[in-house]
Design a protein. Sequence first.
Length: 206
Amino acid sequence: MQHTWAGAFIEPDPKRFIAMQKNFSHLPKILTLNDLITPFEEDRSGSTIDELATHYFPGQEIDVMSIDIDGLDHLILKNMRLRPKLIIIEGGMFWHPQMELEVPDDVAKQGVQQPLIVMTRIAKNKGYSLICSTFNAFYIRDDLHHFFSHIENDPVQIWIEALLHMRNVLPNFVPKFFQIRESPLIRDWEMKDLNIVDPINNESFK
């Protein structure tokens, strides 16, 4: 079934782009692009996702979009005009699930992104609802949310469920995850957010 799908994969690194081309060379409906995705039209170091969509698949509705640029993913979400049915976006898990403070971009781009509540707030402003997380957050467009209305979409609960899932799938991952959470980068910013009232630590997930 998946061989009938059409899609586009975008990679800025030339060597990785060549590898990506080889991976999808047997699928004629997959477009591979060597380009850098930027959130801002005035940034001519790359292209916005809206510009690429207008050029390569104008007028087509996108079923699924995955945003994974290792840090400033939230800016793509904030600034894009496209309205895919489902958005999968990296980030949100390294921060405490109760954290509501949006961290500066120079912090987020260090691979920690934004807290899940912040990412969900951005998505809500764009007309999307959180339905699950697996260290990538899944947001469904609001006109399709009725298919998932039975799901409790509280970001804190979804954060906990995602970590429990990772514990079951990759048991060794959780201790490493909490080591990252103990870094000064995370700890210092979490101390600024008075919304954090419940401790979340490795002992909670043993």
